[in-house]
Design a protein around this ligand. Structure first.
Ligand code: ZN
Length: 499
């Protein structure tokens, strides 16, 4: 009799193949698919996700998974796969298949409805379908909740194991207490940072050329990855030999540049996953937050530093001599770190970013656990922007309709964006003790930094969760104080604030 895991393997391979097809459709939908493909593709996705459901959720697989969990000779990778499989079975077995499929179909429609509503700047077009999405998600969370567990905690656990509302309330209280006032201080400092040269007529081809250069400089491997254009930049990973990033080209040069560095950070994580893990259920980043920590690490801590640009700023000037020819490296770096009170999360600077996330966390909590009604969402959204960022959206396009997440049913996702920044700050302070970080940047030795992260973070996939990675790498559990310290040190200096 062969090992239970060997019998399980073909089932897992089948599930991963179906998952890969679904992921490819997502990618295609955002980059290449024609507008009218939607409804029919929705049917295909519905069928494929049904197949996936069956591949993972059947008696044979459940029996084998159970048997595997008793086996003592599993490799580290196999054990992690079994753990993820049991987690997935636990999740799916509580949800009737017809409901799971109906929801998948609803979501592929609701994202289109959201898109149209956003275009029309009309929340009432989206509200009914959003209500359905929320009802489904609450129902599913109800099926899955352990005794006494809150629904929103079930949702949060999917994105960031180990971070329940209790832990996040603490974290966001610190954001409110420390970062919101720092942001106000910066806004009231009277210091004006010139960044006009970042706006202009930058032709797409040159942006793409320099973008590809920067992606490669940061470590993107074009033998194992591609870069395309989409409305909102994102990363799709099929496995560690096929990672796809997107960007967009606008009249803001920093928008494409830093989204490319950001997505490259995500891609490095996926490239770095061990071969015995990739294309398995444990072969992705540890969590959404840990993933975001890698993208934000490269985008902000590395990419917005003077050291990073020192060896390559000349190249950027050469690409856009009219815009940047007279702009010094120091001026450029100051400009890409400028803080401002904006309405759009994805365009937010590093300092105000977590405040955008704070708004969403508080609203999600009220939608799922409290009594906030969908109709009142635009108003509640605007009130919170006024409270934390000092500005009020004039319309829903720049307000509550700006993000795709809720239309996809992704409740509990947003906190991981802010957690990612906080994780990256904790990793950064630790790495500074282990290496001469600044010197490595100035000498263009990014491979040393990359290799450190591959060794301590990337390779493990889902073998460890985010808190375990932080503990093993930095010797400490999650400590948001590093994030506050990082932002204070950086912005007090940049805006000449009293310390
Ligand atoms: Zn990201």
């Amino acid at each position: 009799m062969s090992r239970a895991f060997d019998q399980l393997k073909p089932h897992l391979k089948r599930a991963m193949a179906l998952n890969t097809a679904l992921v490819l459709f997502e990618w295609d939908d955002a980059t290449q698919a024609p507008e009218q493909a939607g409804a029919l593709t929705g049917d295909v996705i519905g069928i494929l996700s049904g197949e996936y459901f069956q591949a993972v959720n059947n008696e044979e697989v459940a029996r084998l998974a159970e048997a595997c969990s008793q086996e003592t000779d599993l490799t580290e990778s196999e054990a992690a796969q079994v753990k993820e499989l049991l987690r997935e079975i636990e999740k799916l077995s509580k949800i009737p298949q017809e409901e799971y499929q109906a929801f998948a179909k609803l979501v592929s429609e609701s994202t289109r409805v959201w898109e149209a509503a956003k275009k029309a700047n009309d929340f009432s077009k989206f509200a009914p379908v959003l209500k359905q999405v929320i009802d489904w998600q609450k129902k599913f969370a109800g099926y899955r909740a352990k005794p006494g567990q809150k629904k929103y905690d079930v949702m949060l656990e999917d994105y960031e194991p180990g971070f329940s509302m209790e832990k996040l309330d603490e974290f966001f209280a610190m954001v409110r207490r420390e970062i919101a006032p720092l942001f106000r201080q910066v806004m009231e400092s009277g210091v004006e940072i010139e960044d006009g040269f970042l706006s202009g007529d930058f032709d797409d081809e040159t942006q793409e050329k320099i973008g590809r250069f920067i992606a490669e400089y940061v470590g993107f491997d074009f033998q194992k990855g591609v870069m395309a254009v989409s409305a909102h930049p994102f990363t799709t990973n099929l496995h560690n030999k096929d990672v796809r990033i997107t960007t967009h080209y606008t009249d803001r040069l920093d928008s494409s540049l830093f989204s490319i560095i950001h997505e490259t950070g995500h891609a490095l994580y996926e490239f770095g996953i061990r071969d015995d893990l990739t294309q398995t259920m444990a072969g992705q980043g540890a969590s959404m937050g840990m993933h975001e920590s890698q993208s934000r690490f490269f985008e902000n801590i590395v990419g917005r530093s003077a050291g990073f640009w020192k060896p390559v700023y000349g190249k950027l000037q050469e690409a856009f001599p009219e815009n940047l020819g007279q702009v010094s490296l120091e001026e450029f770096v100051r400009a890409v770190n400028k803080a401002s009170a904006g309405l759009i999360r994805t365009e937010a600077d590093e300092l105000s970013y977590s405040l955008h996330v704070l708004v969403r966390y508080e609203l999600e909590k009220e939608l799922i656990e409290g009594d906030l009604q969908v109709e009142n969402l635009p108003e509640a959204w605007a009130d919170k922007y006024e409270e934390y960022l000092g500005i009020r959206p004039e319309n829903v396009r720049e307000g509550v309709l700006q993000d795709i997440h809720w239309s996809q049913g992704s409740f509990g996702y947003f906190p991981s964006y802010a957690l990612g920044s906080a994780f990256s700050a904790q990793l950064y302070y630790h790495m500074k003790k282990e290496m001469d970080f600044e010197e490595l940047l100035e000498e263009g030795k990014l491979s040393v930094i990359r290799e450190y992260l591959r060794e301590h973070v990337h390779q493990y996939g889902k073998i460890k969760d985010s808190r375990q990675i932080l503990k093993d790498t930095t010797g400490e559990d999650f400590k948001p104080e590093y994030y506050v310290r990082y932002l204070k040190e950086k912005y007090q200096k940049l805006y000449q604030l009293p310390q």
